[in-house]
Design a protein around this ligand. Structure first.
Ligand SMILES: [Ca+2]
Length: 436
């Protein structure tokens, strides 16, 4: 780590921040309420609960939107759904999804240019090899996993990809285990630079399948419920393994680790996967958009702190810029702000609003400002307005009672978005094939 410099993080008081390694672990379709530390009673997640105890746990952190590709697009580009180039899941033959446009500025580009070693391991879904969204073109030195998110439904694939080369498999190996092995190997490589690992796990997204039900085999639940619980617990176990490796290598104090999910859960009623919040995958409710968010960095991020300050996936890019002591190029538009001051124990920077949309069927929109949340499931329909401070489950629509706030929300929804030929507000959103 000889090449590290000490830099001052934006907004930090007096402590210099050395350019840490950055790991973002992304779960797939994991609900806000699926972890013990977020109130889960049936599924056991001791490692993530410990992680939260050793760092910060956010109770109002948000995904980019409520399905895979656009949410990940927001995470990688620092853009919310009013500006993001990808605002729905769209398959593109022969394999993969609608690609990031050529030249899109991304987190791996930012960190690569700042001298980081960079890897994406897991599920990509932002463009096939050779397109503008080719992982190796957007700044990742190393890629291993599924280039196509649809292929990621298969946990026993015939192949995965490593840097544009097909890696044939026997079709009998649980792919999650390969992703974990690759991540541990890559972290363990000797290097002189800090590193960024985007570990985009596929658990607990369907297909529901797992080699071993483990501690849930005797539960009086449906087979699918037992598998779902075992998938979440397996994910938890391997997050624990990764954190243990950082400790064993003595680099845990030099590494900031984020854990989140890309969108709300698909079902799993017995588990109360949204912790009582409304909506799930593909919606605009708090249960659709809120993610568990845990951040650890021993000695820097306060241990055991729980924060109800909202922030969102599009803040990750500017936060990485602050962590790496680098600047976002002046010609790059970013919607997020660095949340590093808050992660270091200070205040969360203020902002006007958070904005989401989704183009699968008629365009859905949501906006949050202060503790107010407005959403609309179809263009032209009246919006609903909720007071999240009193009504986090979004049951009591106040739009008629509070027309001034509803009008403000309406104004923000207009202001936040740029109409493009790809993503017209009044389009049907179904051009190409929608998918998970
Ligand atoms: Ca997902």
């Amino acid at each position: 780590m000889a090449s590290r410099h000490l830099v001052w993080a934006d907004g930090s008081s007096s402590r210099p921040v050395s350019r840490p390694n950055i790991i973002f672990i992304l779960a797939d379709d994991l609900g806000y309420g699926d972890l013990g530390c977020y109130g889960q009673k049936l599924i056991r997640t001791p490692n993530l609960d410990n992680m939260a105890a050793g760092g910060m746990r956010f109770t109002q952190a948000y995904c980019g939107t409520s399905v895979c590709a656009p949410s990940r697009c927001s995470l990688m580009t620092g853009l919310h759904m009013g500006h993001a180039p990808i605002r729905a899941n769209r398959s593109v033959p022969p394999e993969g999804q609608m690609p990031l446009p050529p030249g899109t500025f991304t987190v791996p580009r930012l960190l690569k240019d700042a001298g980081y070693d960079t890897a994406c391991i897991g599920k990509w879904g932002l463009g096939f090899w050779g397109t503008g969204g080719d992982p190796n073109k957007v700044g990742f030195d190393h890629f291993f996993g599924y280039i196509c998110q649809k292929k990621a439904h298969d946990y026993y694939p015939d192949y995965l990809w490593r840097n544009g080369v097909k890696v044939p498999l026997d079709g009998k190996t649980y792919s999650h285990d390969l992703l974990t092995r690759e991540a541990l190997d890559w972290i363990g490589r000797p290097r002189g630079n800090p590193f960024f690992l985007y570990l985009a796990y596929t658990l607990p997204h369907p297909a529901y399948t797992i080699p071993d039900l483990g501690e849930y085999s005797r539960e009086d639940w449906s087979e699918q419920e037992k598998i779902y619980a075992a998938m979440v617990t397996k994910l938890d176990h391997d997050v624990g393994t990764l954190l243990e490796l950082l400790k064993n290598k003595g680099i845990h104090r030099d590494t900031i680790v984020f854990f989140a999910s890309d969108n709300g859960p698909q079902s799993s009623k017995i588990f109360n996967s949204t912790a009582g919040l409304s909506g799930g995958k593909r919606g605009m409710g708090e249960g659709s958009l809120r993610t568990p968010m845990i951040v650890v960095w021993p000695g820097h991020v306060p241990a055991g702190r729980i924060s109800d300050e909202p922030w969102a996936f599009w803040d990750f890019l500017p936060t990485c810029a602050a962590l790496a002591g680098t600047r976002i190029p002046a010609d790059v538009q970013v919607d997020g702000v660095s949340v590093l001051p808050c992660l270091l124990g200070g205040n969360m920077p203020g902002r006007k609003y958070f904005y989401w949309e989704l183009h699968e069927g008629p365009c859905k929109q949501a906006v949050r400002f202060d503790h107010w949340k407005a959403l609309r499931n179809k263009p032209g329909h009246p919006l609903s307005l909720f007071d999240l401070a009193r009504d986090p489950s979004e049951k009591n629509n106040l739009a008629a009672k509070m027309p001034d706030l509803a009008a403000r929300a309406e104004e923000y929804m207009k202001e936040a978005r740029v109409e493009t030929p790809e993503w017209p507000l009044n389009g049907n959103g179904m051009e190409g094939s929608a998918e998970d």
